[in-house]
Ligand binder design. Structure first.
Ligand code: GDP
Ligand code: MG
Length: 435
């Protein structure tokens, strides 16, 4: 038992600060992971430097290791770099929504166009797909087949002029009352001027409400170059990461983001037409780091046990000054945690003592209401809680006098238990009995 307590105390007192020495291993590992995931060398280096600058000197809080903390910092930076929140497509409320889909050949434009058509149709939009890839004979047929599968009509012309297809499709839309247009364009295997000119012309003709650049997640480094070229030509609004199923780590997204600075909007992750997700930076960050578990664990610990609060609480426990105000804070923490048992697990040594306390969520709500109805003085000094005060509190909190009495009794018991543990030196980390 004493060994266990010792370990627990070590956890709660923390392990000092992040230093070059205790983060260098993790940083080296992360750099390797980023490079493996196809992040551009320079981007990875800048990223690591930035993380290092942020991390050095940070205090390592209760119950996590320096390695975990630095992973968490890296993860947060990555989420930030990938765009913070997520942004959806712009649906024009006043006129037609015109989405132009661009990218290299084989990047997944046609597949994505059909997936997006399905998605928007499900949102009650009147969607038309436009086959502006007129070069490969099979391209129009491919879009037609996909269109059929998602029950969305496809506009095409048997002519070798993509610009004409684009302008004619606009007329057709007006005639037939579609409100959403998805234009699938041609791509080449490599960026070339003719293709860029055509895409730029189509953009000029249709004046899209949104231009989306589709990029194959597996192509890694090349993806950055094509993203740059397309961005310079058509100044796209968002990125679609395709083929993010299978092994692709999606690291190219980091490079693309940092080079062109446009938001990633969708993730296309499978050949089936329902395999389309809105982009969530945190998911991709986890995927790139391949450390979903650590990240969520660290996150949970850090979110809920604020380092400063934990220290203050420890100090109060030690000095036997834990009052209702602190009790309330603990309850808020518990609520944030989601479950009582997980919090108990984080209070070293306390777990077994109050495991059978049987506090359910409803009871917590009640307790919170009762404490909220106490004055500051009452919270800090529960001894003043006489009969008339208890009655007032019950009324104020919508509970009964029995509820209030019960809580006060539980609180007193807890205080007694804590003072007992204090006498045993439980909260004194330098106590030799527990080494
Ligand atoms: P486009 O040339 O840019 O129009 O690319 P396509 O949409 O024709 O896609 C090229 C190939 O990649 C096809 O064989 C697609 O089935 C496949 N593909 C497209 N998107 C995905 C995806 O998200 N996951 C997987 N596994 N394959 C995809
Ligand atoms: Mg295509």
């Amino acid at each position: 038992l004493s060994l266990k307590i010792d370990a627990a105390l070590k956890k709660i007192t923390g392990q000092g600060r992040l230093t070059e020495a205790n983060i260098s291993d993790t940083l080296r590992e992360i750099r390797r992971i980023l490079l493996d995931a196809d992040v551009n060398y320079k981007v990875a280096k800048d990223f690591i430097d930035k993380v290092k600058e942020k991390a050095l000197g940070k205090e390592v809080i209760a119950s996590i290791t320096p390695g975990q903390l630095i992973t968490k910092i890296i993860y947060d930076e990555l989420v930030e770099l990938l765009g913070g929140g997520h942004s959806e497509i712009f649906l024009n409320p006043t006129g037609a929504t015109i989405i132009l889909v661009v990218g290299l050949q084989g990047s997944g434009k046609t597949t994505f166009s059909a997936k997006l058509a399905k998605r928007l149709k499900e949102r009650k939009r009147k969607v038309l797909l436009v086959a502006a890839d007129i070069y490969r004979p099979a391209a129009i047929e491919q879009l037609k087949i996909l269109g059929q599968q998602v029950d969305v009509p496809v506009f095409s012309l048997e002519q070798k002029d993509a610009r004409l297809v684009a302008s004619e499709s606009l007329k057709y839309v007006k005639e037939k009352g579609f409100d959403t247009l998805i234009i699938d364009t041609a791509g080449r295997l490599h960026v070339d001027e003719e293709m860029m000119k055509e895409v730029a012309d189509i953009k000029e003709i249709v004046k899209p409400t949104e231009t989306l650049f589709v990029v194959d997640s597996m192509t890694g480094q090349d993806a950055v170059n094509s993203a740059k070229a397309f961005n310079e030509t058509v100044n796209f609004d968002g990125i679609v990461l395709s083929k993010l199923d299978g092994d692709a780590r999606g690291g190219a997204a980091i490079s693309i983001r940092s080079v062109v600075g446009k938001p990633i909007k969708f993730v296309s992750n499978g050949e089936k037409l329902e395999n389309l997700d809105v982009f969530y930076p945190d998911r991709l960050a986890s995927r790139i780091l391949g450390k979903g578990d650590i990240v969520s664990l660290v996150e949970k610990a850090q979110e809920t046990i604020d380092e400063f609060e934990a220290k203050k609480m420890e100090e109060k426990l030690r000095k036997n000054k834990f009052d209702f105000e602190d009790f309330l804070k603990q309850i808020k923490l518990i609520k944030k945690m989601g479950s009582l048992s997980s919090l108990i697990g984080m209070i070293p040594g306390l777990g077994s003592q109050i495991k059978n306390a049987q506090i359910d969520d409803k009871a917590l709500v009640k307790v919170e209401a009762i404490i909220n109805s106490m004055t500051k003085q009452e919270r800090e000094n529960p001894k003043v809680l006489n009969g008339s005060r208890r009655k007032r509190i019950a009324r104020g909190s919508g509970t009964t006098i029995q509820d209030v009495n019960r809580l006060i009794k539980q609180f007193q018991e807890m205080q007694r238990m804590m003072s007992m543990m204090n006498k045993k030196g439980f909260f004194n980390s330098s106590n030799k009995n527990f080494k």
